[in-house]
Design a protein around this ligand. Structure first.
Ligand code: NAD
Length: 321
């Protein structure tokens, strides 16, 4: 949508240095939230030839993207004053609300015709509310949470689950998301991307706890953990938590459990997603007994020093008990 055929210079508002677009630039995109996921995603947009105006409250995260060719902005409103298309990748509901609707937020300066893509995992109800507010200003909004961890974010192989009101909005989102992902799926109207995401993560949390229990029991019964994982992985207990992300240290290389549960997907983030699933289940009147129990287990882990560890540390937590 923002194809340049000649070099143009955009006048910068306060806090933003001049942003020039070369002939090769595909789109000019604002990017807010440059953490574990957003940092790699913004860099992929740059690598694919887009011009990125970036903002994060943590300066080192912002500078990491600037060092790859991004341009620094001073606030979400400064990004929105310059860019008609903006991607956000933020931790939770409260921060997404502040970045969009706060006094210095995106919606305070975005111009009519703007297009907003929120990739954060948040409550689908919040996405719907933001879409309504944006629409009242002549701006389109889609939710597009991701599946795939930090490695997929850096490699540009994420799966995007897009909630877009129209096929046209999906197409506009796709144009940008294709530079950061391998699979982009239109799930339905705004909020459906988030709905798929929280269902998936609730199932993942339950399967991770189940796998941890089975691995721990097997070890207590004298089984070799690698042998147990190998057989489970080709038997009816097979799942991603068993054969791709096994929580028992030493069973698989290159997974957080074999690296003291560092990096990966934090227990605090999983706990947040389980809370979102419980809120949504309460509103929908859906029974989620195992989701509720998984939420309690992960909350207890957060209160016992596991908050910053990968969520597969459920194994360590169960083993300690
Ligand atoms: P993160 O905490 O590493 O990154 C969030 C970034 O947002 C940080 O750089 C932080 O400084 C920035 N931020 C916080 N408040 C801000 C504000 N007011 N304005 C601008 N920037 C602000 O989190 P992450 O792991 O990158 O996850 C981001 C989202 O993606 C979350 O919703 C998470 O649930 C989801 N997600 C994460 C993973 C994963 O493996 N880490 C996988 C799938 C989905």
């Amino acid at each position: 949508m923002f194809k340049t055929i000649r070099r143009v210079t955009i006048l910068a508002p306060t806090g933003v240095r001049n942003l020039s677009l070369s002939a090769a630039t595909l789109e000019k995109i604002g990017f807010i939230g440059l953490g574990n996921m957003g940092g790699g995603m913004a860099c992929n947009l740059i690598k694919k030839g887009n011009s990125v105006l970036a903002f994060d409250v943590v300066d080192s995260n912002l500078q990491a993207v600037v060092s790859q060719g991004g341009v620094a902005a001073s606030s979400p409103s400064a990004v929105a004053a310059e860019c008609s298309k903006i991607v956000t990748m933020l931790p939770n509901n409260a921060i997404v609300e502040q970045v969009y609707s706060g006094p210095d937020g995106i919606l305070s300066t975005i111009k009519e015709g703007g297009f907003l893509i929120d990739c954060s995992t948040v409550d689908p109800a919040l996405s719907k509310q933001l879409a309504i507010t944006a629409k009242s200003q002549g701006v389109e909004f889609v939710d597009s949470p991701v599946s795939g961890g930090v490695n997929a974010a850096s490699a540009g192989t994420l799966t995007f689950m897009v909630g877009a009101e129209t096929e046209q909005n999906f197409t506009i989102a796709h144009q940008t998301l294709q530079h950061m992902g391998a699979k982009i799926i239109h799930c339905g109207g705004v909020g459906t991307g988030g709905a798929v995401k929280i269902c998936n993560n609730m199932l993942l949390a339950v399967s991770m706890i189940g796998t941890s229990e089975a691995m721990n029991l097997g070890i207590q019964l004298g089984l070799d953990p690698k042998l147990l994982a190998d057989i489970l992985g080709s038997a009816t207990g097979r799942c991603w938590s068993v054969d791709t992300y096994n929580p028992c240290p030493g069973v698989l290389p290159n997974v957080p459990s074999s690296n003291d549960y560092k990096a990966g997907f934090g227990t605090a983030l999983m706990t947040k997603d389980l809370g979102l699933a419980q809120d949504a289940a309460t509103r929908a009147g859906a029974a989620t007994p195992l989701g509720s129990l998984a939420h309690q287990i992960y909350r207890t882990m957060c209160n016992n020093g596991f908050a910053e560890k990968d969520f597969s540390s459920a194994f360590k937590f169960i083993q300690k008990k």
